[in-house]
Design a protein around this ligand. Structure first.
Ligand code: NAI
Length: 705
């Protein structure tokens, strides 16, 4: 875990614990042991801490957040204190990245030298935490309050140059030169110059650049983006202590605050998502030995909204892309949109002209399927119509080389049927991107009955290359994301007939933390789009004449949402306004269907939207459509605007208790009469687990895979 070396009068402690030099208990013990050894050795005048891995240190061992070992002695704050109070010069040599506890460890050293490519950050806020091992006390002393506040509140890393500019590091080493050698030279130089030890207890935070209202102004600035979140305020309070409290007292207060924060549902939620992301890449039937197919060229069929977004994501990741359309006009329009996108990126300064040219020159258009013969991966994004997809996949089967992966971006159609249009169903997979496809992080990877394990593994690699979060799901109507959306959207609409206002529904949901309310989402996504989806499955919903009645009526009136300036709301430019006409429509529809309008509480709105969503998630787990509850959570957080700090619908259910959800479902089943009977039937898995304390994760049937 650690190599220890004495070179002349310098002791070198080199961490070597793959993959990230995590600061778990064993590493902490080892660091303390080696530090003591160096202190006790009279020959040693300075101590260098470095890494043998491509990065310096990834920080705390997050597994210990769950086991509680985090607080076992020596704790991380204790280790850093020990470095800080060493009577000999200490120097951190930072290569790659130093994150979280890894960076805090370097702050306990007297001096820091970094490679030019190094990145340093305190990402704890992304886990609902704050840098509780002294980062919020030492960083403002070393790099100044504004820099500290920025790093702690954003969680984003800074470059070595920025670190040098702010004083976070003392020296930056040009690329190519050996860091350890340079660190040794620096240590000898410090010894020769009798350089002072630098203990943060002796340094006061420089307040010359900050005014008395500094923290209050910061609070106001971040408020709109952090509604409902606990960690940002705790970060600010801790940073405030760096000027209001003696150093040692502030460190002690931080340890307590960190422990308290770790016990909050929000930290649990974000830590759950952290692990869920890693778990999601483990797929039954796919192993380390499963081969990965080589991918260099991608073909996209259909240059519409999704096709262009997908093409951009591929071009940005360095793939060659061929776009196929059904007419020259559609192709020109699509490629024109792609050109406009890159022009906008240049205009906004996001990329430079030469990068834009590089991407644009890697795309070509065609109307002829024979041009797709060389593509390694084909992604189909034509109209959502099985008959059209059939024609496309039959053609692809005819022209594509053996081993090419044939993917569909369908959001609702039966992937097994699509695979059946070819003679190579093992090569067919669903790659369900979300709009805008070049921006949204979620990629639902739909595993068909016959999809090959190597095809799944290859698409996971592809997903990462295009900077997405791939989550593998099984085949069913709407897969995981849209299937869970269906009851949530249904209740949002139905509540309008029962007496809730548009804004009440939207505000309750955004108040809960959703990025947008469902009524506004529908206006944005297009009322015509969801109408067409309903058209394709009227049989499944015809037993409820009130099902999306208001949305159907809006469609009939040509009110398709933002794109037509009118949907549930009406729009003046980007501004959304209430439309009395829609209120009247709701009243009329309620009367038509014999629904009594009443005052509806915010609590009822929240429960009626969320409980059926959770219930559907449980049903999906029971049917083995998702492998883990965490997969459903990742999908909803990364594709549907569910607040990450609530951990996703199933983590939230776990927090409030599955028995609460079950009781709620049963309550509305009775209270809403015939409608309740139709839609509020608890999923058998929910009934089974509620009350016995089992977490959704612990009971997932995996038999079908
Ligand atoms: P769109 O209508 O914007 O684009 C479809 C494009 O396909 C059009 O340019 C059309 O000319 C072309 N096309 C139609 N038939 C073709 C054929 N036989 N050969 C070649 N090109 C053909 O549709 P959009 O929104 O891009 O959707 C495409 C697919 O992506 C659908 O399956 C849809 O369900 C799915 N999807 C859509 C999402 C969205 O938010 N719009 C989200 C996720 C999936």
């Amino acid at each position: 875990m650690i190599h220890y070396q004495i070179i002349d009068d310098v002791a070198v402690i080199i961490m070597n614990s793959a993959p990230v030099n995590a600061l778990g208990l064993a590493m902490r013990r080892s660091l303390i042991d080696h530090l003591k050894r160096a202190i006790d050795d009279d020959q040693v005048k300075a101590i260098v801490i470095a890494s043998d891995l491509p990065l310096f240190c990834g920080g705390a061992d997050i597994k210990e957040f769950k086991t509680g070992q985090l607080f076992d002695t020596p704790s991380l704050p204790g280790v850093i204190d020990a470095f800080e109070n060493t009577p000999k010069l200490t120097l951190a040599a930072i290569n790659g990245t130093a994150m979280g506890g890894g960076l805090e460890l370097t702050l306990g050293c007297d001096y820091r030298i970094a490679q030019a490519s190094a990145k340093m950050g305190l990402p704890e806020i992304k886990l609902g935490l704050f840098p509780g091992a002294g980062g919020t006390q030492r960083l403002p002393r070393i790099a100044g309050l504004p820099q500290a506040l920025d790093m702690v509140l954003s969680g984003n890393p800074i470059s070595a140059q920025q670190a040098l500019d702010s004083g976070l590091v003392d020296r930056v080493l040009n690329e190519g030169a050996g860091l350890l050698g340079a660190a040794m030279d620096y240590a000898r130089e410090l010894i020769a110059n009798n350089a002072p030890l630098r203990n943060c207890a002796d340094i006061a935070v420089d307040q010359s650049e900050t005014n008395p209202d500094y923290f209050e102004q910061t609070r106001n600035k971040i408020a709109p983006k952090t509604v409902g979140q606990v960690a940002p305020e705790i970060c600010i309070q801790s940073l405030q202590r760096s000027i209001t409290m003696p150093f040692a007292d502030a460190l002690a207060a931080d340890v307590k605050a960190f422990d308290d924060l770790l016990q909050t549902p929000q930290a649990r939620a974000l830590i759950h998502l952290f692990f869920a992301e890693r778990e999601a890449q483990k797929i039954p039937g796919v192993s380390r030995d499963t081969p990965v197919r080589e991918l260099t060229s991608v073909a996209v069929i259909g240059a519409g909204t999704m096709g262009i977004g997908i093409a951009i994501a591929c071009l940005d990741a360095g793939f060659k892309v061929t776009m196929l359309e059904m007419s020259a006009e559609a192709l020109d329009r699509g490629l024109g949109n792609l050109q406009k996108h890159y022009a906008r990126m240049v205009e906004k300064g996001r990329i430079d002209e030469s990068r834009a040219q590089q991407c644009k020159s890697a795309v070509s258009g065609t109307l002829d399927y024979t041009d797709l013969g060389d593509a390694d991966l084909v992604i189909e994004a034509v109209f959502e119509d099985l008959a059209i997809k059939k024609v496309v996949f039959e053609q692809l089967d005819r022209v594509c080389k053996p081993g090419a992966i044939l993917a569909s971006n369908t959001s609702t159609l039966d992937l097994n049927a699509i695979a059946g249009f070819t003679n190579r169903p093992a090569d067919v997979i669903g790659l369900h991107f979300f709009s805008p496809a070049n921006i949204m992080r979620l990629l639902e990877v739909v595993r068909g009955e016959k999809t090959g394990a190597d095809v799944i593994k290859t698409t996971l690699v592809f997903g990462k290359r295009v900077r997405k979060l791939p989550v593998v799901v099984g085949v069913c109507y709407g897969f995981v994301g849209n299937r869970m959306l269906e009851p949530y959207f249904r209740e949002g609409s139905r509540l309008l007939l029962e007496g809730a206002s548009l804004e009440q529904v939207d505000n309750v949901l955004t108040g809960f933390g959703m990025a947008m309310g469902i009524i506004s989402v529908s206006d944005l996504a297009g009322i015509d789009v969801s109408y067409r989806v309903r058209e394709s499955r009227r049989n499944a919903i015809s037993h409820d004449p009130t099902y999306q009645a208001i949305q159907d009526r809006l469609f009939e009136l040509g009110r398709y949402g933002q794109k037509t300036g009118r949907g549930s709301y009406f729009y003046e430019g980007r501004e959304k306004k209430n439309d009395p006409e829609v209120i009247t429509l709701c009243e009329q529809l309620a009367a038509e269907h014999g629904i009594e309008r009443r005052q509806i509480s915010d609590q009822e709105i929240l429960e009626r939207c969320l409980y059926p969503l959770i219930n559907e998630g449980m049903q999906i787990l029971d049917e083995d459509i998702a492998y883990r509850s965490g997969d459903c959570d990742l999908i909803w957080v990364n594709g549907y605007g569910f607040p990450a700090w609530r951990g996703g619908p199933l983590q939230y259910a776990d927090e409030i208790g599955l028995d609460t959800v079950l009781t709620g479902m049963n309550h509305y089943r009775k209270a809403l009469g015939e409608y309740g009977e139709m839609w509020f039937k608890p999923a058998p898995l929910l009934e089974k687990l509620a009350g016995n304390g089992t977490k959704p994760d612990e009971c997932i049937p995996r038999s079908n895979h």
